[in-house]
Design a binder for this molecule. Structure first.
Ligand SMILES: *Cc1c(COP(=O)(O)O)cnc(C)c1O
Length: 355
C-alpha cells in the first residue's frame, strides 16, 4: 500500500503528534517575522534582493557557480532532467526514487525520458549494480545520459549515501559520459548526521538541490545549484513550467532563516528518530529499520497488528503517520518533541497489548 495524500477530515480526532512528514511543520513565529520583514522585488526579472541573497548563499553552500530558487523540489527534479536529457534518453535511478514514483510521470510526460531502476538495499545502488545497468552506446539502445541519487534516500529509510559511494557513482557516470544529479531534498540531514559539509557531499555532482520545506521547516521553496550554464537552462524551464515568481523574497526569507536557525537542530530530529526506533525495537514482533537520520520505517505485522491497523489505531489516539511502500514511516521534525516520542511509544505498546 502506498501513502496517498488525503486532506484532513475535519471530524477526525485532532492531531496532537504529527509524525506524517517533515513537510507538515508550520513556520515558527520568528520565521514568520523574518518573512514579514523581507525586502522584495520582482523575482522573474532578477530584482528580488532576498531571493538573490538566497541563491548566492546556496551556490556557496553547495560549492557551485550559481543557484536558482524554485517553488518545489519536484520542479527541481523535473527542470534538471529536462536540461540534462533529450527525448528518448535514459535516466538511471533507484526504484524507490521520488522522480520515479511521486512526480506524476513528469519525466516521461514532459521530457519523453525513460527511467531505468537500478536496485539495491536501502534506497541505494552499488557501483557494481550501476555498472551492470550500463549498456554500450549504439543505435539500438536509448542514450544513457543521467544518473540520479537521493541524499538522503527517502523510501530507502532516510539512509545516507557514503561519500565514497557518491564518488564511485560520479566516476562511473563520467566514464560513461553521463551527467549526475543529486536530489538533496534532505541533503542537510545527511550533512548533520555525518559531519560532512554540503559542499563536499555535492562535489562532482552536476546538479544538486535542497528542499527548505522538509526538516528545515520553511513553508515554501527549494533551490538548485550547478554551473552557470546549467542554471541558465534551468531558468528557461522554470519560465516554461510557470515557476518564475514575483515577490518571492517573502518565501526566500523563510528559507534563509531556516539556514541560519534550523540546520544544527536537525541533530535533535535524528536523536528523536533513534529514540523512537530504539523503543519500537523493544516491542516483540515489531521490525524496525535503524534510522540514520529523521525517518523511521517499521512493520508491526509480527506483533499481530497490520501496518494499516496500527496507523488507524494511532490516528484514533491523535498520532498521525502513514504507511509507505508496505511499511509505516514515522518522520521526526521541528514540531516533534522527545515527550511526543515517549507518548507515541506508550500508545504503540498499548495498541499491541490490546490487539
Ligand atoms: C519531498 C521530496 C521531493 C519533492 O519535493 P517537494 O518540495 O515536495 O516537491 C523530492 N525528492 C525527495 C527525496 C523528497 O523527499
Amino acid at each position: 500500500m502506498t501513502y496517498t495524500p488525503t486532506p484532513t477530515d475535519p471530524n477526525a480526532t485532532p492531531v496532537r503528534i504529527n509524525l506524517l512528514s517533515d513537510t507538515q511543520t508550520r513556520p515558527t513565529a520568528a520565521m514568520r517575522d523574518a518573512m514579514a520583514r523581507a525586502e522584495v522585488g520582482d523575482e522573474q526579472i532578477g530584482d528580488d534582493p532576498t531571493v538573490n541573497a538566497l541563491c548566492a548563499r546556496v551556490a556557496e553552500l553547495l560549492g557551485k557557480e550559481a543557484a536558482v530558487f524554485m517553488p518545489s523540489g519536484t520542479m527541481c527534479n523535473v527542470a534538471a532532467t529536462l536540461v540534462h536529457c533529450r527525448r528518448g534518453d535514459e535516466i538511471l535511478a533507484h526504484p524507490t526514487a521520488h522522480l520515479i514514483s511521486r512526480e506524476g510521470g513528469a519525466h516521461a510526460a514532459l521530457g519523453g525520458f525513460q527511467v531505468t531502476a537500478v536496485p539495491g538495499a536501502d534506497g541505494q545502488f552499488t557501483p557494481e549494480a550501476l555498472r551492470g545497468a550500463l549498456h554500450p552506446r549504439s543505435r539500438y539502445e536509448p542514450p544513457q545520459t543521467l544518473v540520479s541519487v537521493e541524499q538522503t534516500a527517502n523510501i530507502g529509510g532516510g539512509t545516507v549515501w557514503k561519500k565514497t559511494a557518491l564518488d564511485a557513482v560520479t566516476t562511473i557516470a563520467r566514464e560513461h559520459g553521463m551527467a549526475t544529479h543529486m536530489d538533496g531534498a534532505r541533503l542537510l540531514n545527511a550533512c548533520v548526521a555525518t559531519g560532512i559539509s554540503a559542499r563536499e557531499m555535492s562535489d562532482g555532482w552536476d546538479s544538486v538541490w535542497l528542499d527548505f520545506t522538509k526538516g528545515l521547516g520553511a513553508p515554501l521553496g527549494a533551490a538548485m545549484a550547478g554551473s552557470r550554464d546549467f542554471i541558465d537552462e534551468v531558468w528557461r524551464w522554470k519560465q516554461r513550467l510557470g515557476g518564475a515568481m514575483r515577490q518571492a523574497g517573502i518565501s526566500a526569507a523563510g528559507c534563509l532563516y531556516s539556514l541560519d536557525h534550523h540546520v544544527e537542530r536537525l541533530a535533535d530530529d535524528h536523536a528523536n528518530a533513534r529514540a523512537l526506533a530504539g523503543g519500537l525495537s523493544q516491542i516483540p514482533g515489531i521490525v524496525v529499520q535503524q534510522p540514520e537520520t529523521n525517518l523511521v520505517f517499521f512493520d508491526p505485522a509480527g506483533a499481530g497488528v497490520t501496518g494499516a491497523a496500527m496507523v488507524a489505531a494511532l490516528r484514533a489516539r491523535g498520532v498521525l503517520l502513514a504507511t509507505m511502500d508496505g511499511r509505516i514511516r514515522a518522520c521526526t521534525h521541528l514540531d516533534v518533541t522527545q515527550e511526543m516520542i515517549e507518548e507515541t511509544l506508550g500508545l504503540v505498546r498499548e495498541i499491541v497489548r490490546t490487539a
